[in-house]
Structures are given as C-alpha cells and as structure tokens.
Design a protein around this ligand. Structure first.
Ligand code: M6R
Length: 619
C-alpha cells in the first residue's frame, strides 16, 4: 500500500504533489519521490522535454528538504510515497521508476505478480534494472515498446502484460503534455478542478484543491491533458461520460477515508488487506503455497522437528493460533514464547529447531533481541513481519511479509488477521513438505480464499455489533472465554478491550473458569464467550451454564445457524462457518468492533490510547 499523486494544470506541480504526498503519508512513509516535466518556456532551442526525478529515503519531509535546494518550475508531474513490498527502503527502490532509455517515469501502487518473468524477458532484450522492486518492470516494459511505438500505444500494450494489482501513473517527455493512468484492483481517484486535474490513491490528497471527483473503476484507464480528461478501456477505447461526484469530507476525514478513526478504517480494510496477504501465494491446483521469502531455506525447513513461535501482545496471540494450526496439520511440535521471556530463558534449541518471530512493526525490542539470541545459538530464524526492510526483517535468515499495508492505530487489527493468514499458508507449506495430502492442501487453501468475502459479511453486520457493544460500555470488568483455536482469540479480545477502553478485561481458556476466575462472577461482571460450532462446542456450552448459574451476564459469538447457545445467552453475535483452524480469522472481527464501539461510546482517543506506543522499541 503506497500513496500516488499526479498533477496537470496551472499551479506549481511540485507544490501540489508535495502537499498530496504529505496527506498520503499514512499509506507509506519509508521513502518518496517526484518526477516533474520541464516546462516548455525553460527549454533550449532543441525543444526537448526532460523529466527531473528526485527521491529521498525516509518521510516526505526528507524529499521536501531535497527539493527546497532545487526548485524546478513545472505544471505536470507525478509523485509517490512508498510502503516497501519488494526491496528495502532506498533511493533506488523509491518511485518514480524510469526505464533505461529515458522514455518514461511511472509511480505504482500494488504488486506485479509476474514481475520476475517480465524482468527476465526484458533483461534478455538488453535492459538494465537498477532497483529490487516489482514496479520497475512497468517502466522498462513501456520504455522498451516506445522504441517503436507512441507513449499511448506502449502504455496500453504494457497493461496487457501485467498480472497482479496496480494503480499506475505514467509521464513521458516524448509526449510531455499527457498523463496516463490505469487501475486494476488498487484504488485511484481523479480530482477535477478548474483547468487542473489531480490523480491520487485516495481523496485525502486532493480535497485541498477540489471537491469534485471521478472514481476510476477497476480495469479502467484515464488520459489527462491540460485541456481535459478521457476515461479509457484497457484497449484504449474511449468510455462514456461518468458522473462527477461531490465530496462531503473535510480534509481530516478524508485521510481516514470517511471513517471516524484509523482503527475503524483498518478493521474495515481487512477483506482487502488479507487479499493482498495471500496474493500470488496460493497454488490451488497443487494444494501448495508459494512463499518466495522462504526459498533460500526450503531444504532446511524440511528437516525441522520443532518450531518456537515468538512475539509480544497481539503477535503472541497470533502465535498461539499458529501453534494449534502447525501441530494439527503439519505435525511439527510448536512452543510459543513471549519475546521478553524467551530472550532470558535457557531454551532447548538444536539444529532441527526453527525460531519464527512475529512482529507487525519489525522493530519491537524484545522480539529483535530474541532473534539475536536465537542466531547466537546457531538456530534458523524466520520472521513474519509487516514492515518491509524493518530491523527484524533484515536480521532474520528468511521470512514472510504480511503485505497488509501500514497500520496506524495503536490497536492492532489487520496485522493480527494477516499474521493468521500467513500462519495458515505456512501450515500448508510445512504440511505439504510432510504428510499433508493434496486434497487437504486444496481444501484449506480453497477455504482461505473465501475468507475476505466472509469477513465482509461480518463487517456488513457492524450495526448489530455496535448495539450490543454499547449495552456493555458501562461495565468495569469483563471476561473473554474461548477454547482451542479460539482461546488465543479470547486473549486478543481482552487486549483490544483493555487497551482502548481502559475496562479491565481478562482472556481465559473456558475450561479454566472453574479453577479460580469464576469467583469474580456476579451481575456486574459480564462474560463474552466464543462458542463456535467446532470440536469443543459442547465444552463451551458448559462454561456458559456455569456463569449463568452465578447471575453473570453472557454474550456469545456463535456460528451462523446456531440454535442452542443463542437461546441461552443475553446477547448473541454470529460469524459464517469456516474450517475450525481458520475460525480465529473470522471470530476476532466482531471482538475488534466490540472494543472499538465501547471505546468510542466512552469518548476515548481510540487511535492513541493512553500510556501506549505503536512500536515498543525499548525493553
Ligand atoms: O510490532 P509488533 O507486532 O512486534 O508489536 C507487538 C505488540 O506491541 C503489539 O502487538 C501490541 O500488543 C498491539 N499494538 C496491541 O493491539
């Protein structure tokens, strides 16, 4: 997930693009860059146009600082703020990318799945690549074709070769008064001003200049000139007029795309984010998973007999789900450790052990220390990390990125579910290296593919979850209870509630209730049960009865169609059916919303809860 902006009009392009980048910085902030078309009046007699490309590593302010030393008057340009997916943050990997012939500059948001094939082909044709990104192939592809074809022809022919997801915007000095852009599965919106047009990944970059927008549809391209815009098919045929819509968002709302908080936006982003996590990784026919980041350690992983999963907070909850998944389906013994405990523990690790650390930020001090400790002991270390190029991603021997896009809210939501998708994919990968059958591999993968749609159906029910949450917003304590796969979800539910609503919450394995915690139950102490229709359903029912017998209020999350539990509890919420090992990816969604709505009802600062930081980089 990156931020892209394109401008054509009478204003100073550099200023508009920089302002747009600042507003899009939440989408990615590891590097940024700008390409400006040199204005006609500045040209020498040769009448040649050229592009000035300037890039910087770090936040947009680093690019701004560079540009302040080199102001270039221009009215056409493109810009990008990056959230690394392929290749670490560096100037070479930052956008805009150019082809080696100097024909074109592009900015891209998304993932080009077939970039390796395209790159090989272009290298054979004599092109030299300078970055480690997938995006550079788009520029090289267009440039290669421009040796014999126009900018427009080359751009549209290139679209036909790309597989994956993209919003791409291109400019060329050979056709200097034109911007070409296309969208396939990554967002793109066009702002229509007075004799000016701004393209951006979302409206936050353009609300400052206009409230009139045209949403570019999937499989649609757009051609901009100073005189106007034209919507095109991917075969460069003109499409009919589209209604220009009027935005009703303030610029602050726009950054959150209309959501009241980043946390809510990130909860609702999950269907999309998880699609990105699995993109290009599922080989359904082979019942297998492609995990490029593990290719260097594939043989070593075949001989592993023990895995230690390490993380903190939400990442540890995900690890606990991973323990159930890997033990049941890959048959490898798994231990889960808090990173802050693991680093000081005398762990029994040998050459057949792999230590897998989970970290959204890739910077958590305790988790990083665990990687270093495991490496000191000569053990294979792997990372499941969301932030590309982060310290943990760099220091582990190999790893898998979440590709969930930046998570801004302190409360982790999409990072958790994307960690679970990665763990499920890893389970199939390890399982298929061992005894898992083709049929089982296919079954799990097919079901994983349905999850974004199922999550969407839960989100569509948010109003109901809000109503239930608000009923419980005045209580001062709560239990979350689950068994087996949903025990870690109960733990995660309790972290969510306490960190943003400051209500005391405890996550428990349902079976533990009668060994002490039940003493707390009375009419002022509600319990939230995860009572799904799985292998431990009946055992969950017993727990509910125990609480009811002590006058405790009960809420239950059940599987759609449930008859029994729904009749027993005070309030009930539902999720669609899925494989038991995948239920946590669905069951956590109502818990995220439940906590969110309680915190907002209590008028708390949901995105920045007291005493907490997004990334804990101290011990
Ligand atoms: O960046 P990490 O995943 O390593 O962070 C670990 C925890 O600090 C984090 O998961 C924390 O528990 C969440 N922000 C809670 O929502």
């Amino acid at each position: 997930m990156c931020g892209i902006v394109g401008y054509i009009g009478k204003k100073d392009a550099q200023e508009v693009l920089l302002e747009g980048l600042k507003r899009l910085e939440y989408r990615g902030y590891d590097s940024s860059g700008i390409a400006l078309m040199k204005d006609k009046e500045d040209l020498s007699e040769k009448k040649q146009f050229f592009l000035k490309v300037i890039k910087a590593v770090g936040k947009v302010m680093c690019l701004e600082e560079k540009l302040s030393k080199e102001k270039l008057s221009s009215h056409i340009g493109i810009a990008h703020t990056r959230w690394a997916t392929h290749g670490k943050p560096s100037e070479k990997n930052a956008h805009p990318h150019q082809d080696d012939g100097g024909y074109v500059a592009i900015v891209h948001n998304g993932i080009i799945e077939n970039y390796k094939e395209l790159k090989e082909k272009l290298e054979k044709r004599g092109h030299t690549f300078v970055s480690e990104t997938d995006s550079e192939v788009i520029a090289q592809c267009i440039g290669d074709k421009m040796k014999t074809k126009s900018f427009e022809e080359a751009f549209f022919l290139t679209l036909k070769e790309l597989r994956g997801a993209y919003a791409v915007v291109a400019v060329s000095p050979s056709d200097p008064e034109k911007i070409l852009a296309a969208r396939f599965s990554s967002p793109l919106v066009l702002g229509v001003g007075k004799e000016e047009y701004i393209l951006a990944s979302d409206v936050s970059a353009l609300v400052e200049y206009t409230d009139k927008v045209v949403y570019i549809e999937d499989n649609e391209a757009v051609l901009l000139t100073p005189q106007g815009y034209s919507l095109r098919t991917f075969s460069n045929r003109a499409k009919g007029e589209r209604k220009i819509e009027t935005l009703e968002w303030s610029s602050d709302q726009a950054k959150k795309e209309g959501f009241a908080h980043y946390m809510l936006k990130e909860i609702f982003q999950q269907p999309h984010a998880l699609t990105d996590t699995m993109r290009g990784r599922i080989l359904l026919e082979e019942g297998m998973v492609r995990l490029g980041g593990l290719s260097s350690v594939e043989k070593k992983l075949r001989n592993i007999t023990k895995i230690v999963l390490v993380g903190c907070g939400t990442a540890r909850c995900a690890s606990l789900v991973g323990e159930y998944m890997i033990e049941e389906y890959a048959g490898i013994s798994v231990e889960v450790e808090y990173a802050h405990e693991f680093r000081y523990k005398k762990s029994l690790l040998d050459k057949k052990t792999a230590v897998i650390v989970l970290s959204q930020s890739g910077e958590t001090a305790d988790t990083l220390a665990s990687v270093r400790e495991a490496k000191r002991k000569g053990v294979l270390t792997l990372g499941i990390v969301n932030v590309v190029g982060s310290t943990i991603a760099r220091e582990t021997d190999a790893g898998i990125y979440n590709h969930a896009g930046p998570e801004i809210a302190v409360a982790s939501t999409k990072a958790f579910t994307s960690q679970l998708i990665v763990l499920a994919l890893l389970t199939v990968y390890l399982g298929r290296q061992r005894g898992m059958s083709l049929v089982m591999g296919k079954r799990i993968l097919r079901e994983i593919q349905t999850l974004p749609r199922k999550i969407q159906s839960i989100l569509d029910d948010a109003k109901k979850i809000k109503k239930v949450a608000e009923k419980y917003s005045a209580f001062e304590s709560m239990f979350f209870l689950g068994r087996k796969y949903n025990y870690p979800v109960a733990l995660e539910g309790s972290i969510k509630l306490k960190e943003i609503s400051y209500i005391h919450a405890e996550g428990l394995a349902t079976g533990e209730l009668k060994h002490g915690p039940i003493a707390m139950i009375d009419k002022n102490f509600p319990s939230f049960f995860l009572a799904l229709n799985d292998s431990v359903y009946e055992k969950s029912v017993t727990g509910i009865e125990e609480v009811k017998a002590r006058s405790g209020k009960t809420i239950a999350l059940v599987t759609k169609g449930d008859k029994k539990v729904s009749k027993m509890v005070d309030d009930v919420l539902e999720i669609p059916k899925t494989l038991e090992m995948l239920t946590p990816i669905l069951s956590v969604i109502p818990l995220q919303l439940f906590s969110y709505y309680i915190a907002s009802k209590r008028n708390l600062d949901v995105d920045k809860p007291r005493n907490l930081a997004k990334s804990v980089t101290v011990e």
